[in-house]
Design a protein around this ligand. Sequence first.
Ligand code: G3P
Length: 217
Amino acid sequence: MRFFIDTANLEQIRQARDLGILDGVTTNPSLMAHENIHGHAAIMAHYRQICEMVDGDVSAEVFSTDLDGMLAEAHELSAIHKNIVVKVPCTTEGIKAIKALSARKIPTNCTLVFNAGQAVLAAKAGARYVSPFVGRLDDASEDGVALVAQIVRIFDIYGYQTQVLAASIRHTRHIIDCMEAGAHVVTCPLQPILGLLNHPLTEKGLAKFLEDAAKMK
Ligand code: G3P
């Protein structure tokens, strides 16, 4: 299981990295906009900064919706750093772009995936990752974790090497459930990751140990 942090916030990335469990980063236009970054040069510089902080895949999403635009952006993003994985939306043009980029050995992460059909087409096109949006499916009264499990099963049946990167993770339970579903990677905000650590019985037990240790001084 690999943990990516789903943010463009440098401080949160730093905190996750310093925990020693961070394997990569995913961003998207909304997460980048949240950091109040303006202008093309600043956007590129921000991706570079993230890549220099984390020794792992960093997803940077194209803004274009047409094939030529996606390919042009992908080449520029890929040139930023060896860690860049180009994020491409799961659309007709996106699948074409993934196919073309795969032929050029540029790694891609197919995002905004909401069913197994989308995931299979992205895998056939050669995506390194597919990103099923667990939280947004749950928001729509569907079962996001069940989709992760279904994609994992189908990929196993046909031997696709594309990795299932569970995204739109909203809380710690999603992480556990996606691990049980066989996701290769989970990308989430810092808090759900920290939530894996926190348990009141651990804190209570440690307090008792320290209380008893003090008696031996
Ligand atoms: O990587 C996708 C993720 O950022 C979407 O999360 O909470 O906006 O559905 P959310």
